[in-house]
Design a protein around this ligand. Structure first.
Ligand SMILES: [Zn+2]
Length: 101
């Protein structure tokens, strides 16, 4: 039975190490997680699931008024570009307040 008590945590630790590698952990961190899960499975396995970063990193999407060019805005009414965040479009004169409708 002692054999199983060593092998099963070892397999789980191996999976954690490969999972940590996929998520971009450093070599030292991978070894630490491997040993931690293997030796103190009950503590380190839940800890790993709490601390690991999400596989898909959510990046904030640019708002509708921000163009691909950095610091440039697009008028939602006439489509002209302007550099300053002004309350009114300098081309068509319509209000550009984000909350105003
Ligand atoms: Zn405009």
């Amino acid at each position: 039975m002692l054999y199983i008590a060593i092998i099963i945590p070892l397999l789980i630790a191996w999976w954690v190490a490969s999972d940590a590698k996929k998520r971009g952990y450093s070599q030292a961190a991978i070894v630490s997680w491997f040993l931690g899960v293997w030796l103190v499975l009950i503590i380190f396995l839940p800890l790993y699931f709490i601390l690991r970063p999400n596989s898909t990193i959510l990046r904030p999407k640019p708002t509708g008024q921000t163009n691909a060019i950095e610091g440039t805005y697009v008028c939602p009414y006439c489509g002209n570009l302007y550099r300053e965040k002004v309350p009114f479009c300098p081309y068509c004169g319509r209000g550009l307040e984000e909350d105003g409708s």
